[in-house]
Structure formats: structure tokens, C-alpha cells
Write a protein that binds this ligand. Structure first.
Ligand code: AMP
Length: 376
């Protein structure tokens, strides 16, 4: 069995690592140079997309911002899982909001803005502060503008109208800023037979719009049920196959969807050590229509992203329950280079282990991590 992943980054790499014991080969398609590569040793080209499609049994994706012509070519082969529609929905905030409305899944109040009239409509229907997000190519807080003060509205509109003129396929989603208690996410899998399994809700700490730490521990059953309900409605509507992530804002006892990702997700990396079957294996199982593996929390686990640095203190490896995952990438400022998973038998022990880990991590490379851990 051969699976071709659209995208040749760390997510394809971790899918390959998780699939090897199942005798499933994962190849990756690098969209930047139209070449199929081995995601574990991406130097040499193994062919182009047409060859990759012909040689694989299943095609899937590690990111949603893929040229529509590529998605349509893959869809025509009958091998693409999840569908082109599902992937495009995750890559366009307009489609994402329409899906949430159609499925009656709660999310922040919003207005689609593509001209001055709809900008003014957003100002009258939403109350300040408002966040404007580019409909396409937005991730990790990129392509966002915040309006806190009505005095700034005209200046902001000048900037946004310039953006819309320069990018005619774009629009903006103006969204009410939500006074959330915390950000959490659910990762789940659905296979072709409609079998669904979700992991426990994960608490996410972001720094400058980028995920820094995810924490998976036993969680509130009512919240977990809300997340399952949203997951089921969205995946049934899309006829979805594979792993899907939903990011939420928690406001009191309510979950509001922030965004969805039609793929394995950074906030699910903890599952490599915290669950019997990690998200990468479950994605591959789902798209090859194998039974899904157990998604229960086996032990409380936290994940710490390594951003923009290619070294961490070796002493970390002496800590029991700690696993280090490098992605084999060249260092660049802010780039996701790897992650650290830390597991323990119970939450109290996990927090004290995390404190030990944090004391070894330089604040310059891991800003805010120490203080987040101290707040647990
Ligand atoms: P996003 O790229 O949509 O995930 O946004 C990046 C970050 O901006 C989120 O993780 C939140 O911290 C913040 N954010 C986005 N939308 C909202 C909102 N409607 N209300 C409050 N904070 C938001």
C-alpha cells in the first residue's frame, strides 16, 4: 500500500514514521518543485505529480493551502482522501464559515468583507474589538488586522482596500473578538465506513499567534461531548475521511469554533506519546480504511514546540518520559524545527516534570513557556 501526501514537511515525515510498522509506504509531493520525494530523505526526486498519482493507492494532504488545479487533478484520480472540497474548505475562511453556519456549529459572529460597504456593515453589526482575517492563505496569525478603536477605522480601511485590490481573489472575514477563557482543540479521525474516534481536548498556549505548548490531560466530559458533536456534524457534512482538527475558544462552558484544519495538526503531536495510536497513524488508517486505533489518553502529555532553533540542551534527554522529535529542517527564524513531548503517570507529576524541562529551556528560544508552565 502506497500513500502520497501533498506537502513534504514535518507532517508528511511523521505520517511516514508512523506508517512504516503497518507496511504502508508514505511518499510526499513537494508542491514547490513538482517532485515526489521520500519524506524521510527529501533530497532526491522520485518523479512528478502525474507519476506519483499513478503509482499510489491513496492521496492525502498535510496542508490546506494547495493550488486548486492540483487538488482537482488528484480528485479526478478517485484517490484523494479527504476530498478536494474538504481541503479547500479548510483553506478558505469564507467556505469554513459557511460550513459552520450550515452545520449549526457555534462560532464567533462575523461578516465577510470585500468592499467598503461590507466593511461598514461589519462595523455596524459587530462590536469592537474586531479581528479581520484574510480569507485565503491565513495561518499562525498571518494575514490579520485588529481594530480596537473606531478612530482607527478609516486608516485600517485604506490598508485593507489596498490588500483587496492587490489580491483580487481575496476577501476578509471580520470577526468579533471573543473574550475567551482559553484556547483548546480537538483532533479526531473518521474512516470511510463513518467510524469516528476523537482524542481528548487539548489546551493550547500560543505566543505571537503561533502554537507554543499543548497540554492533554483528563478533561471535562461535557466539553468533550460538545467537541464530539461539532466534529461529527462537520465530518458528516463533508463526508470526511482522515484526521480533522477543530480549534475552539472556550468561553465559560461554551465552545466556539475558531477554525478547522482538514489534516493532522500541531496540537495533536502529543498523541505520539500520550495515546496508544497517534494522530499520524490514525490519519493513515482512516484514509486507507483500516479500523481506527485507540484515541483515549493513556497518560497526561504536553508538547512544547521548538521554533527557530536547531539545538536544545542535551540534559533534556535524561528526563524520564521526555521524547524529542526533530524535523530535519534548516534553521530559519520562527520556523517549526521540532517538538518535545513530556509524559507522566498523573497530572501533578507532569507539571513538576514540565517545570524541570522549563528550567533547562532558554527564555530567548522558548518565550513565555516558563510562565505558562508556572500557571498550570
Ligand atoms: P487564527 O489564525 O484564526 O487561529 O488566529 C490566531 C490567534 O488570534 C488565535 O489563536 C487567537 O489567539 C487570536 N484570535 C483569532 N480570532 C480571534 C477572535 N475572534 N477572538 C479572539 N482572539 C482571536
Amino acid at each position: 500500500m502506497k500513500v502520497l501526501v501533498l506537502g513534504a514537511g514535518q507532517l508528511a515525515r511523521m505520517m511516514a514514521l508512523a506508517s512504516t510498522p503497518l507496511n504502508i509506504d508514505v511518499l510526499a509531493y513537494d508542491v514547490n518543485n513538482n517532485s515526489v520525494v521520500n519524506p524521510l530523505a527529501p533530497g532526491e526526486s522520485l518523479g512528478d505529480l502525474t507519476q506519483g498519482i499513478a503509482e499510489c493507492d491513496v492521496i492525502t494532504a498535510e496542508f490546506e493551502h494547495i493550488d486548486h488545479a492540483i487538488l482537482e487533478q488528484c480528485q479526478r484520480s478517485g484517490k484523494l482522501q479527504p476530498s478536494a472540497t474538504a481541503i479547500m474548505t479548510g483553506g478558505d475562511r469564507r467556505l469554513e464559515k459557511a460550513l459552520l453556519t450550515e452545520c449549526s456549529v457555534s462560532n464567533a459572529k462575523h461578516v465577510i468583507v470585500d468592499n467598503q460597504q461590507s466593511f461598514e456593515q461589519a462595523l455596524s453589526e459587530l462590536s469592537l474589538p474586531i479581528i479581520f482575517k484574510s480569507a485565503l492563505a491565513g495561518y499562525d496569525g498571518k494575514g490579520q488586522w485588529r481594530l480596537k478603536d473606531s478612530d482607527q477605522a478609516q486608516a485600517l480601511w485604506s490598508e485593507l482596500s489596498e490588500f483587496l485590490t492587490e489580491n483580487p481573489t481575496q476577501a476578509l472575514v471580520a470577526e468579533q473578538m471573543v473574550p475567551f477563557d482559553r484556547e483548546i482543540s480537538i483532533i479526531g479521525a473518521r474512516n470511510k465506513n463513518g467510524e469516528v474516534k476523537i482524542y481528548p481536548l487539548t489546551e493550547n498556549f500560543h505566543q505571537n499567534g503561533v502554537l507554543s505548548v499543548s497540554l492533554a490531560q483528563a478533561c471535562d466530559e461535557a466539553l468533550q461531548q460538545q467537541a464530539l458533536s461539532a466534529f461529527t456534524k462537520l465530518t458528516e457534512n463533508l463526508g470526511y475521511t482522515g484526521v480533522l482538527a477543530i480549534e475552539f475558544f472556550q468561553v465559560g462552558e461554551q465552545l466556539l469554533v475558531n477554525e478547522i484544519a482538514p489534516r493532522v495538526h500541531n496540537s495533536g503531536h502529543w498523541s505520539q506519546q500520550g495515546a496508544d495510536t497517534c494522530q499520524f497513524e490514525n490519519h493513515i488508517r482512516a484514509v486507507t480504511n483500516l479500523p481506527l486505533g485507540n484515541t483515549e489518553l493513556v497518560r497526561p502529555t504536553a508538547m512544547i514546540n521548538i521554533l527557530g532553533t536547531d539545538t536544545v540542551p542535551e540534559a533534556l534527554l535524561a528526563i524520564a518520559g521526555l521524547s524529542l522529535h526533530w524535523y530535519g529542517k534548516t534553521k530559519r527564524a520562527g520556523r517549526k524545527m521540532g517538538h518535545i513531548n513530556v509524559s507522566a503517570a498523573d497530572c501533578e507529576t507532569l507539571v513538576s516534570k514540565l517545570e524541570q524541562v522549563a528550567s533547562l529551556l532558554p527564555e530567548t528560544d522558548f518565550p513565555g513557556v516558563k510562565s505558562y508552565i508556572q500557571s498550570l
